[in-house]
Write a protein that binds this ligand. Structure first.
Ligand SMILES: [Zn+2]
Length: 347
């Protein structure tokens, strides 16, 4: 049984999840080629192996095909080695001076595509559209459960990024609490808005356009750049140019625009970095109000804009990074941006 425990000393939560120990060992650093561990015939995420997964929550599939059978384009399942479950009673508890929740929440896997070996630089436009559409559906749906307060939506690709399964997939963890780091972010957004009567992310974009050194690409509704204080080499931030505050409000037209941008971006990254491991995280603002987010919750639409962060994992993290919670990035964002900008003209 998992528990979400509050760490007094560092003011943050930890999920203690013994179930996660039973995950297959692929992805450990002593297994250099994870692809050989999940051939298509045994890969639970490949088409035709639907019976090897937990029953699907939803899917985008061809007409006339049934759930948990062939014919899907993207499908969502509960994580077999889930850290949290929606069936667990939602109860905040105390133990002496300590606070914890039993493992209530959701842990889902989005199987991005049927194509086992595909990478984002090769994804057709339709795959991006399906991926974004099904994630929007899941966030919208989970938000209706008022016990859930936050969602962490992320993708791990490759061993250095923590992936234990080669088939392209994304994970969603919904929590009954809001991570402290997220609370701090929204308090900064609110403070900036109250002080400047402007949206922090919009001002960041204005400065990026005016500096004209770190912007890589833009589409109708989104812009991608290497942030001024990039923590990872070739880190990228994608922001909504205006309007869009919550990912779950993204329109069909904006999904199209974001898909177009992601496709171009990953082609360039692949050209510059070759095969590389990376994480993607999509920022989902707190889902529902509780005492911890009261001060900014009603202002969310005014103070924030959609962001998606791509962090290539070129180097491993070491003692300094984990101790100081501060990164050392050997590649300046200006240099990374210049490489990514040149990679287009070199075509
Ligand atoms: Zn597969």
């Amino acid at each position: 049984m998992s528990e979400i425990r509050y760490n007094f000393l560092y003011d943050r939560y930890v999920i203690i999840s013994p179930e996660r120990l039973h995950r297959p060992p692929i992805g450990r650093l002593d297994t250099p080629d994870i692809s050989q561990h999940s051939p298509r015939s045994t890969c639970p995420f490949c088409e035709g192996n639907e019976s090897k997964t937990t029953p699907e929550i939803t899917s985008i599939r061809e007409a006339e095909t049934k759930p948990n059978q062939k014919g899907w384009k993207t499908r969502v399942i509960p994580n077999l080695y889930r850290a949290l479950s929606i069936e667990t009673p939602h109860l905040a508890q105390t133990h002496g001076i300590f606070k914890y929740h039993q493992g209530f929440g959701a842990h889902e896997v989005i199987i991005d595509t049927t194509d086992h070996d595909s990478t984002l630089d090769k994804w057709p436009h339709e795959t991006f559209v399906n991926w974004l559409t099904i994630m929007r559906e899941r966030v919208t749906n989970l938000r209706k459960d008022f016990r859930l307060k936050s969602i962490v939506l992320f993708k791990n690709h490759g061993i250095k990024a923590g992936a234990t399964q080669t088939h392209p997939h994304t994970q969603l963890i919904a929590l009954p609490v809001i991570p402290t780091q997220q609370l701090e972010l929204y308090r900064r957004y609110l403070h900036y808005y109250q002080t400047n009567k402007r949206v922090m992310i919009e001002d960041m974009i204005v400065q990026e356009y005016s500096d004209n050194m770190r912007i890589i690409l833009e589409s109708h509704s989104f812009v991608a750049f290497c942030p001024f204080a990039s923590e990872y080499p070739f880190e990228l931030l994608i922001c909504a140019k205006e309007g869009l505050s919550r990912f779950e409000y993204i329109s069909e037209q904006q999904i199209d625009s974001l898909s177009e941008l992601l496709s171009m971006l990953f082609k360039r990254l692949e050209k510059v970095l070759g095969k590389f491991d990376y994480n993607i995280s999509i920022e989902i603002p707190p889902l529902n109000k509780d005492h911890s987010c009261e001060e900014f919750y009603d202002a969310i639409d005014s103070i924030t804009r959609f962001t998606m962060r791509i962090t290539p994992r070129v180097y491993m993290l070491a003692g300094f990074e984990t101790t100081a919670n501060m990164m050392i990035n050997p590649v300046s964002p200006e240099r990374a941006a210049s490489k990514l900008r040149e990679s287009h003209s070199a075509r």
